[in-house]
Design a protein. Structure first.
Length: 200
């Protein structure tokens, strides 16, 4: 791991997104860093990187409660996180409640909202099964209306994400992280829709 950090420094890499990663039930997990906070502590002790951590507006699937989740997040931030990026969400009210809980817990690093424009039904079904995110009535109605029309579904998913982002920007979000699944068309369309807001 030290050699990897040295290699990052030589290549001029400044930012590290430090994640525990998903547990594969078919593989014995490595015990070097049991939690993301352990990895973050190691990186902080061995380099001057900007460390980004993950957070979960609806709570981590493995946590018993939202209170426990915030307590774990505070541990992660205290270990050396400089900023946070949220898991995707489709109802901004979850983000605002989470941001308030984080502030009460003394978590004062910037929190970027993770937004995923959903462009097909299979994609959202996979995300719900992996992450446990909840779907709002508004989102479900959109998906049911357009799921059999790929172009309409793509455009509706982009429009839904833009609507989320406009609201988040108006509420003073620290930043937006787009989960575009390597689709530059989506990134371009969203940027074009909100570029004037970013300059305001």
């Amino acid at each position: 791991m030290l050699a990897m950090l040295d290699g990052f420094r030589r290549e001029g890499i400044e930012n590290i997104l430090a994640l525990r990663g998903d547990i594969n039930p078919e593989l014995e997990p490595c015990q070097d860093f049991r939690y993301a906070s352990d990895l973050i502590s190691f990186i902080r002790a061995n380099g001057d990187f900007n460390i980004i951590g993950a957070c979960y507006p609806e709570g981590h699937r493995e946590c018993g409660s939202l209170t426990e989740d915030i307590r774990n997040l505070k541990t992660k931030v205290d270990a050396g996180v400089n900023q946070l990026i949220t898991q995707l969400f489709f109802d901004n009210s979850y983000f605002y409640s989470f941001r308030e809980r984080a502030a009460i817990a003394g978590i004062n690093v910037p929190i970027q909202a993770g937004i995923m424009p959903v462009v097909n039904k299979k994609q959202i079904e996979r995300m719900v099964s992996l992450c446990g995110v909840k779907l709002s009535r508004k989102f479900t109605a959109m998906m049911e209306r357009y799921e059999n029309n790929p172009i309409a579904m793509r455009d509706a998913g982009i429009a839904y994400a833009v609507d989320q982002i406009v609201d988040l920007l108006a509420q003073g979000v620290d930043g937006i992280h787009l989960y575009t699944m390597n689709n530059p068309y989506i990134a371009h369309k969203i940027y074009a829709a909100i570029s004037s807001l970013l300059a305001a």
